[in-house]
Design a protein around this ligand. Structure first.
Ligand SMILES: Cc1cc2nc3c(=O)[nH]c(=O)nc-3n(C[C@H](O)[C@H](O)[C@H](O)COP(=O)(O)OP(=O)(O)OC[C@H]3O[C@@H](n4cnc5c(N)ncnc54)[C@H](O)[C@@H]3O)c2cc1C
Length: 405
């Protein structure tokens, strides 16, 4: 039995691990192991795109433990903030929220009530309602403009208005592990690259871009397989996607800069959402979460979402660096302290959870011997994540076992 896995991100690696004792599994990957969760650096390794996990990430946490990394997991409350008019306000404790000057007391109460109510709403019923319409109806214009729009822009960039209300309700419902002082998040000390490396141990990687053909059997780069598991972004299927009747899904792109600096932007905030119109939507101060001594330099990410044909995505690295650093200085950071900046771009960094998205979720089995799993699979709705991809890899492997073994 021969199985081809297309893509060595977390989905592909998990599927390959699950199947390798039953079949010869070859994983085609032209880029780096780990896909969007790949890392960068020599003297230390750090994710190209900020990564953390949550207590409810059942499949991810199980994988971490099974691969002997459980003792390296660190859990901490990550402080968040909001940058408005060039000033950063911490927004974690009820005290900080009460003193936040840009929302009225009435709106703060409405927001708290909405959080409680949304956990009881069945988000699937709101798939066809736009997020703007839903927020306006439930919470009014003030909260939409002053609170939600900056968050939506930081998450979806120029695609914010397309997103469904179901996505927001689903997000609120799953994010319920808040402590008094903020939300607890996890990280594998010294980086998630350790997980990727352990997942890839003993897996046969073919460093080639997969070209798939349907003959008497499925062929990948001219070699026949009994089954193909495709885990790359759907546009990589080309015409085959339409031929197999797979719903088209629009993706967003990421532009993320990793900045090493001698100073920090804030003392202790991990995640700052930017309400002001800036070239990035969030600042993530990694070394306000993990110990500085692990890296020997302060590290922070500047994160922005775009589209493959968007303006930001198509700027050069130098242009993006200049723009990002200029905006960073407007937030009060001393950019003279910046030692280096690296810009990373991902063309397909996640699906846009548009209105009607739930109907487009990709099934695992799409034809005899042909399976798809990854960011557009069910476990990655309403939020794509490492957990969702590991779960999708596990579940697609089970489908293959059921059909072929
Ligand atoms: C900015 C950013 C921040 C994130 N932060 C978090 C976080 O904090 N927590 C969290 O849980 N998740 C986070 N994620 C999401 C997480 O990284 C992804 O959901 C997950 O890694 C996706 O894994 P995947 O294997 O499904 O897809 P991918 O990682 O996209 O893997 C697909 C692989 O297919 C390969 N490929 C493409 N075309 C071909 C081809 N033709 N042939 C062969 N291979 C091909 C690609 O090179 C890639 O390696 C973040 C993502 C981004 C972009």
């Amino acid at each position: 039995m021969k199985i081809a896995v297309v893509g060595a991100g977390l989905t592909g690696l998990k599927a390959a691990r699950e199947l390798r004792e039953y079949a010869r599994v070859r994983v085609f990957e032209p880029g780096e192991l780990g896909g969007l969760a790949a890392s960068f650096g020599d003297s230390f390794r750090i994710e190209k795109y900020y990564h953390h996990c949550f207590r409810y990430d059942e499949y991810l946490l199980r994988e971490i433990k099974e691969l002997g990394l459980g003792s390296k997991l660190v859990w901490k409350v990550a402080k968040t903030g909001f940058a408005v008019d060039g000033k950063i306000y911490p927004l974690n404790t009820p005290f900080e929220i009460l003193h936040y000057p840009y929302l009225s007391f009435r709106d703060k109460v409405r927001l708290a009530r909405f959080t409680l109510k949304s956990r009881k709403m069945n988000y699937e019923n709101y798939d066809d309602m736009g997020v703007i319409e839903g927020i306006r109806k439930e919470l009014g214009d003030e909260l939409l403009e002053k609170f939600f729009m900056p968050l939506l822009r930081s998450k979806f960039g120029e695609n914010s208005e397309k997103v469904s209300f179901a996505w927001l309700l689903g997000r609120v419902a799953i994010r319920s592990n808040r402590k008094y002082s903020g939300e607890e998040i996890g990280y594998i000390r010294h980086g998630f690259h350790q997980l990727v490396e352990r997942m890839a141990e003993g897996i046969e990687i073919v460093p080639e871009r997969a070209k798939i053909r349907r003959g008497a059997k499925w062929e990948v780069n001219g070699e026949e397989f009994d089954a193909v598991i495709f885990t790359a972004p759907l546009p990589e299927l080309g015409g085959l996607g339409d031929a197999l009747g797979i719903a088209r899904i629009e993706y967003q792109s990421s532009v993320c800069a990793l900045v090493a600096s001698e100073s920090t932007l804030t003392e202790e905030i991990y995640w700052t959402n930017i309400a002001d119109k800036m070239s990035f939507g969030a600042v993530i101060e990694h070394t306000n979460f993990m110990p500085l001594e692990d890296y020997g330099t302060h590290l922070l990410y500047l994160a922005s979402y775009s589209t493959p044909d968007g303006r930001l995505f198509n700027m050069t690295t130098e242009e993006i660096s200049r723009l990002f650093l200029s905006d960073l200085s407007k937030l009060g950071m001393n950019v003279e302290d910046v030692k280096w900046i690296e810009v990373f771009k991902a063309k397909y960094s996640g699906p846009i959870y548009e209105k009607g998205y739930a109907r487009k979720i990709t099934p695992y089995k799409v034809a005899d011997g042909f399976y798809i799993a990854g960011m557009t699979s069910k476990p990655n709705y309403p939020e794509r994540s490492m957990n969702g991809s590991i779960r999708a890899g596990y579940e697609v492997a089970n489908e293959v076992k059921k059909d072929l073994l």
